[in-house]
Design a protein around this ligand. Structure first.
Ligand SMILES: Nc1ncnc2c1ncn2[C@@H]1O[C@H](COP(=O)(O)OP(=O)(O)OP(=O)(O)O)[C@@H](O)[C@H]1O
Length: 303
């Protein structure tokens, strides 16, 4: 008898719940809504429309207790009913159709600022990160410094004259710029906008001074990662081995590096790039990005 009643109530509903968009004919009128699922939908629509881009939490009015009310339509025994049968019975009992679109919006594109003392391995980490991770765009900075051997214009930097650089500053085309060791370096805004619009995460490589300026401009809307070597001695050896410095610039870079480590507190994360362990450092940076993507309250950057 009970079994026949269940069958009768189930046959009144669309046999394919995944294609059923209309409101199910619910035999129990007072079960016209299902608060717990309406709350999920509210969560979705709030998140999608939110100007802050932050994920919203469930409504505090959520009556989770409703889910534990005795089902209005009998639910078949889980041991004997097949999945489709149970699914339809749950929909019928709750009086709504289960939606299959994602419950959470896509995470916001991130701006990841990677900084650290000279010679710590910023370029090396970013180069490897780009090899192993999809969907990130490394912003090519504009610089007035001379090209080093092996560097490619438009790939490593955009090399421009001092005059050209200063006219970009006048046209407000740079997010941030600075005079570093006698040369100008700046971040073109347009490139960031273009790639964020495509959904890419943006990686910015800046020195400590640049990171401090970016922090003032972007505040918590960007992610700041500080790279360090495992020790001061390792950092100095790395700079010497790179063979790109004169003895004068080497002195300046080493002296500056000692000061720069003190700025670590202005960053969100610190990553040790230990000698011979470049991949480990890159993995940690990737984990940080992944964790940021899973955050309920997303960073939301506007350039
Ligand atoms: N984990 C590592 N182990 C060994 N060598 C490394 C490691 N990371 C980077 N290096 C080497 O250290 C040197 C400095 O690295 P890199 O040029 O990437 O530093 P940087 O922080 O970008 O420096 P700068 O700010 O002066 O441009 C390079 O020769 C690089 O190959």
């Amino acid at each position: 008898m009970l079994f026949r009643r269940i069958c009768n109530s189930l046959t009144r509903f669309d046999p394919n719940p995944l294609l059923c968009h209309r409101k199910l004919a619910n035999p129990l009128a007072n079960f016209a809504s299902c608060p717990q699922f309406l709350n999920l939908n509210r969560f979705k629509s709030l998140s999608h429309s939110s100007s802050s881009g932050a994920h919203k939490s469930f409504s505090s009015n959520s009556k989770m207790g409703d889910a534990r009310r005795p089902p209005a339509v009998p639910i078949p025994a889980v041991e004997t009913a097949d999945r489709a049968e149970l699914y339809r019975a749950l929909e019928a009992s709750l009086g709504c159709t289960f939606r299959s679109d994602p419950l959470t919006p896509n995470p916001n594109p991130l701006i990841i600022v990677i900084s650290g003392p000279s010679g710590v391995g910023k370029d090396a980490v970013i180069k490897r990160l780009r090899e192993v991770r999809q969907g990130i765009h490394f912003v090519v900075t504009v610089t007035s410094r001379a090209k080093r051997e092996g560097e490619i214009d438009g790939k490593d930097y955009f090399f421009v004259s001092k005059e050209e650089f200063l006219s970009m500053v006048e046209r407000n085309e740079l997010l941030e710029y600075a005079l570093v060791y006698g040369d100008y370096k700046g971040i073109p805004k347009q490139q960031i906008r273009e790639f964020m619009a495509k959904g890419c995460d943006i990686v910015l490589r800046v020195d400590i001074q640049g990171a401090a300026t970016l922090r003032r401009i972007l505040r918590d809307s960007a992610l700041f990662v500080f790279l360090v070597a495992e020790s001061e001695s390792a950092l100095v050896k790395r700079l010497i081995d790179r063979k790109t410095e004169t003895k004068e610039t080497l002195m300046v870079r080493v002296a500056t590096a000692r000061e720069e480590v003190k700025h670590i507190r202005d960053f969100d994360y610190v990553v040790v790039n230990a000698d011979g362990k470049l991949d480990g450092a890159v993995k940690l940076v990737e984990s940080i990005i992944d964790a940021e993507k899973a955050k309920v309250r997303q960073r939301n950057v506007v350039i």
